[in-house]
Design a protein around this ligand. Structure first.
Ligand code: HEM
Ligand code: HEM
Length: 240
C-alpha cells in the first residue's frame, strides 16, 4: 500500500480510538459522581449517610450488569483506546505530552492510586481465608473507611487524596479536551490554571467529608476492626 494510503488508514484508526475514549468518559464521570457523593455527603450526615448513599450507589455500579457494563467495560475501553492512540499517533502529529497535567494525572491514577484502591476496597475484602473471613459488601461500609483512616492515617490520606485529586484533574482537563474537539463552535474554554482551580473545588467537599468521617468515634466491634485491618495489610503499601 502507498504511504498516503497508510497515512489515511492510521488517521481513521486514530479517529475511532478518539471516539471510544470520548464516549466511554461520560460513563466514568457518572460512576465518579455516584461514588464520590458518598464521602461528600458525610459533610451533612456523617458516616452513616455516606454508608447509605454508597449502598444506593452500588445498585448502579456493583450489580452483575452495572459492574461489568457501566464500570469495567467503559474503563477498559477508555484506557485501552487512549493508550493505543498514543502509541500509533505519529511523532509528526505531536501526541499530547506525557508530562502534561492531563496525562500525568491519568497515569498516576491508572498505575498507582486506582490499583491500590481497587485491591484494598474490592478484591481483598472478598478473601474468604483467615483472618479476613470475607468482609462482605454489607460490611465494607464507611466504618471500613473510618477504620482505615484511624489505623493508617497518613497512608489513607495520601491514597484517598492522591486518587481523588488526580482523577478530578484528569476529568476536568478531559472534559475540556472533549468539548474542544466536539463542540468547536463553543468559544468558552478554560485555561489550564482554571481547570486546576475547578478540580480543586471538586476535591474539597469530598476530602472535607472524609475528614468528618475521620473525626467520628469508631463504631465497630474489635473482631470486625481486626478483619478490616487485615484487609488493608494484605496490600504491601499498608505493611511498609
Ligand atoms: C474519598 C474518596 C473515596 C472513598 C472514601 C472511596 C471508598 C470506596 C469504598 C468504601 C469502596 C468499596 C465499596 C464499594 O464498592 O462501593 C470503593 C470501591 C471502589 N472505588 Fe472508591 N472511594 C473513593 C474514591 C474513589 C475514586 C476517586 C475512584 C475512581 C478513580 C474510586 C474507584 C473505586 C472502584 C473502581 C471501586 C470498586 C467498585 C466496584 O467494582 O464495585 N474510588 N471505594
Ligand atoms: C477512572 C478514571 C479514569 C482513568 C483511569 C483514565 C485514564 C486515562 C488514560 C490512561 C488516558 C491516556 C492519557 C495519555 O496517554 O495522554 C486517558 C485519556 C483521556 N481521558 Fe481519561 N481516565 C479516567 C477518567 C476520565 C474521565 C472521567 C474523563 C472525562 C470527563 C476522561 C477523559 C479523557 C480524555 C478526553 C482523554 C484523551 C482522549 C484523547 O486522546 O482524545 N477520563 N484517560
Amino acid at each position: 500500500m502507498s504511504a498516503e494510503g497508510d497515512g489515511s488508514k492510521r488517521r481513521q484508526t486514530v479517529a475511532i480510538l478518539t471516539n471510544v475514549a470520548h464516549i466511554s468518559a461520560p460513563f466514568l464521570t457518572v460512576f465518579l459522581v455516584v461514588h464520590l457523593s458518598a464521602p461528600a455527603l458525610a459533610n451533612v450526615g456523617g458516616s452513616s449517610l455516606s454508608s447509605n448513599v454508597m449502598l444506593l450507589g452500588r445498585e448502579y455500579y456493583q450489580t452483575a450488569f452495572g459492574e461489568r457494563y457501566l464500570l469495567f467495560t467503559p474503563l477498559a475501553a477508555h484506557v485501552a483506546s487512549s493508550i493505543a492512540k498514543r502509541i500509533i499517533t505519529p511523532r509528526s502529529a505531536s501526541p499530547r505530552k506525557i508530562t502534561s497535567t492531563h496525562s500525568l494525572a491519568a497515569y498516576s491514577t491508572l498505575l498507582i492510586f486506582l490499583p491500590i484502591h481497587f485491591y484494598t476496597h474490592r478484591v481483598f475484602p472478598a478473601d474468604p481465608s483467615p483472618p479476613i473471613f470475607e468482609v462482605g459488601p454489607s460490611e465494607v461500609d464507611y466504618e471500613f473507611v473510618k477504620t482505615g483512616l484511624a489505623r493508617f492515617p497518613w497512608r489513607s490520606w495520601v491514597l484517598y487524596g492522591g486518587l481523588v485529586a488526580s482523577v478530578m484533574l484528569h476529568a476536568v482537563e478531559g472534559a475540556q479536551i472533549i468539548q474542544a474537539s466536539r463542540f468547536a463552535s463553543q468559544k468558552f474554554r478554560m485555561r489550564s490554571r482554571t481547570c486546576k482551580i475547578v478540580a480543586a473545588a471538586a476535591v474539597v467537599p469530598v476530602l472535607a467529608g472524609l475528614w468528618t468521617v475521620s473525626r467520628e468515634p469508631l463504631m465497630v466491634f474489635a473482631s470486625l476492626a481486626e478483619r478490616y485491618e487485615a484487609v488493608f495489610t494484605r496490600s504491601w503499601v499498608y505493611r511498609i
